[in-house]
Design a protein around this ligand. Structure first.
Ligand code: OOG
Ligand code: NI
Length: 452
C-alpha cells in the first residue's frame, strides 16, 4: 500500500520529469536553483534551513494549471484530494493590477505541517469565468460553454482511482502506478490540432481564455522550484542569457526577515503546435503560453501583518508615482525599513507574523504572550507562508501575455467569492490564515498543558 504522502511525492517528481522533457529551460532553472541553494547553505549553515530543511526546499515545487468549468475543477479537487492536497485560499484575478485576467483561482496543497515537511507540492489552479460580461459577450459565453461541456479532461478510470485513494488513504502498487500514469498524462501538452479560428477569437479577449477554452485538453502552465536567494538566482539566469521579467514580484530585498513570497519568471517560450485552419487543412505553428517561474518563501503574516504589508505596498506605489524612474526596489527597501520590524522576535511580539512557540527554560510563568517573548521565556519558530499573493499572481500572468485583450469595464462582473467556489466544487476551501492561526495556537496549547 502506498499512502497519499508517498503518492504526492511521486506525482511531484513525475510532473517535474515531464515538464523538464517538454520545456528544457525548466531544467536549467532547476539546476541554477540547486546551485544557488547549495551556495546559501555553504554560506549561512543551519540558518539557511530556518524556513525549511534543504531536503524539503530542494524537492519543493508548485505547479499552475487552468481549467474551464466548476465540473472540471471538481474533478481536479478529487485528483489532488487523492494526493492529500486541499483547496486553500481564493484569488479573484478579474480586477487585478496591472492587467485583469478572466479567472478565479485557489491553490491545492497539504495543510498539516508534517505533510508539508514530507512534501509540500502545491498547484495554483485557475478557472475561467465565461459568465463575466466584462470579458465575454453572451454569444462567446454560449460557444465557450458548449466547447467546454463537450470535452473530458480526465478519464473516468483516473477519477475512480482517485476516489479509491481518498477512501483507503492510498493505493496498492499496481493501482498507484496506473493512477500516476493517468494523472501525469492528463497534464502533458497534447498533440491534438488547435482550431485556429476559435483559438484566435478567444485570444482577442485574453491569452489565458484561449489557453483554457481554445483547446480540448489541459496542461501544466509552469512548475516552480523554490530558491533560498532569489536575487542571486535572477542575476545568474540573466547571466546565462535568459530573459527574465523586469522585477521580482512581492516584498523587496531588505535586511529583515523574509516574509510571504517573492517570485520571478522568464518569458513564455515558443512551442510548436499543430493547427487546423478554417479550410480544414492542418499546419504547423507555435504558441507561447508556458514559462518558468521561481520563488523564495518567507514567514506567514497574520491578518494585522498582511494589512501592514498591503499599506507598505500602497506607500511604495505612491512614492514611485511621485518619482518615476527611481527603481521600485530602492523605494521599497526604504519603505520597509521604516515600516516593518526587522527581527522575528519583534514581528512575534507585535503579532504581525505567525510562529509556533517553545519554552526556552524551565516552567513558563502565566504571563501574556508578548511579555513571555520579551522576557525570553518562549522562543518563536517561524511558520512558512505556503500560499500565493494575488498581485504577484496577476503580475506573473500579465508578464506572459502579449496585449491586454478587449474588456468592457462598464459591464456586470458575475460576482464570485470563496463561498461560491466552495459550493461549486462541493468542497470546503480553507482560509490560509485560519490554518496558520490554528497551528500557532496548537503549539501554545500543548506547552500550556504541560505546565499545569
Ligand atoms: C498562474 C499564475 C499565478 C503564481 O505563482 O502566483 C502563479 C498561471 O499562470 O496559471 O502561478
Ligand atoms: Ni506560479
Amino acid at each position: 500500500m502506498e499512502n497519499q504522502t508517498a503518492l504526492r511525492a511521486r506525482f511531484a517528481r513525475r510532473l517535474s520529469e515531464l515538464y523538464g522533457r517538454e520545456v528544457p529551460a525548466y531544467t536549467t532553472l532547476v539546476d541554477v536553483s540547486h546551485e544557488v541553494n547549495r551556495r546559501v547553505l555553504d554560506r549561512d549553515g543551519t540558518a539557511a534551513e530556518r524556513l525549511g530543511s534543504i531536503g524539503r526546499v530542494s524537492a519543493e515545487r508548485h505547479g499552475a494549471i487552468r481549467v474551464g468549468t466548476p465540473r472540471e475543477l471538481a474533478q481536479v479537487t478529487r485528483i489532488f484530494g487523492a494526493l492529500g492536497m486541499r483547496p486553500a485560499g481564493f484569488y479573484d484575478l478579474r480586477d487585478a493590477y496591472p492587467q485583469p485576467i478572466p479567472v478565479i483561482s485557489t491553490a491545492f496543497r497539504p495543510l498539516d505541517r508534517d505533510e508539508l515537511a514530507a512534501n509540500p507540492f502545491r498547484v495554483f489552479t485557475s478557472m475561467l469565468v465565461p459568465q463575466d460580461r466584462r470579458f465575454f459577450t453572451p454569444d462567446l459565453q454560449a460557444r465557450l460553454t458548449n466547447f467546454l461541456g463537450a470535452r473530458q479532461l480526465f478519464p473516468d478510470e483516473l477519477l475512480v482511482l482517485a476516489d479509491r485513494a481518498s477512501a483507503y488513504g492510498g493505493l496498492d502498487s499496481v493501482d498507484a502506478d496506473r493512477f500516476l500514469d493517468l494523472a501525469a498524462a492528463s497534464f502533458a501538452l497534447s498533440a491534438d490540432p488547435v482550431d485556429r479560428a476559435w483559438y484566435s477569437a478567444l485570444e482577442r479577449v485574453s491569452g489565458v481564455a484561449a489557453d483554457i477554452g481554445g483547446v480540448t485538453t489541459t496542461h501544466i502552465n509552469h512548475l516552480t522550484p523554490r530558491v533560498l536567494d532569489i536575487d542571486d538566482l535572477y542575476r545568474r539566469m540573466q547571466a546565462r542569457g535568459i530573459a527574465m521579467i523586469d522585477e521580482i514580484q512581492g516584498p523587496p530585498r531588505w535586511h529583515g526577515p523574509d516574509v510571504l513570497l517573492r517570485q520571478t519568471s522568464f518569458r513564455a517560450l515558443a512551442e510548436p503546435r499543430t493547427f487546423r485552419n478554417p479550410d480544414g487543412a492542418l499546419s504547423q505553428g507555435e504558441l507561447r503560453v508556458r514559462f518558468g517561474e521561481v520563488e523564495a518563501r518567507g514567514i506567514a503574516l497574520t491578518p494585522a501583518g498582511r494589512a501592514l504589508y498591503d499599506d507598505l505596498v500602497a506607500e511604495v506605489d505612491k512614492l514611485l508615482a511621485e518619482s518615476p524612474g527611481t527603481p521600485r526596489q530602492e523605494i521599497a527597501a526604504r519603505v520597509w525599513a521604516a515600516g516593518l520590524p526587522d527581527t522575528e522576535l519583534e514581528l512575534a511580539i507585535r503579532g504581525l507574523a505567525f510562529f509556533t512557540y517553545r519554552p526556552a527554560r524551565g516552567p513558563v510563568p502565566p504571563l501574556d504572550l508578548p511579555t513571555l517573548l520579551r522576557e525570553g521565556w518562549l522562543i518563536p519558530e517561524p511558520i512558512v507562508y505556503e500560499d500565493f499573493l494575488p498581485r504577484s499572481a496577476a503580475g506573473i500572468f500579465a508578464s506572459n501575455l502579449g496585449d491586454r485583450g478587449e474588456m468592457d469595464a462598464s459591464q456586470g462582473g458575475a460576482p464570485r467569492d470563496m463561498a461560491w467556489l466552495s459550493a461549486a466544487i462541493s468542497c470546503e476551501i480553507v482560509t490560509p490564515e485560519d490554518v496558520y492561526a490554528a497551528q500557532s495556537a496548537a503549539s501554545l496549547a500543548s506547552f500550556r498543558r504541560t505546565q499545569e
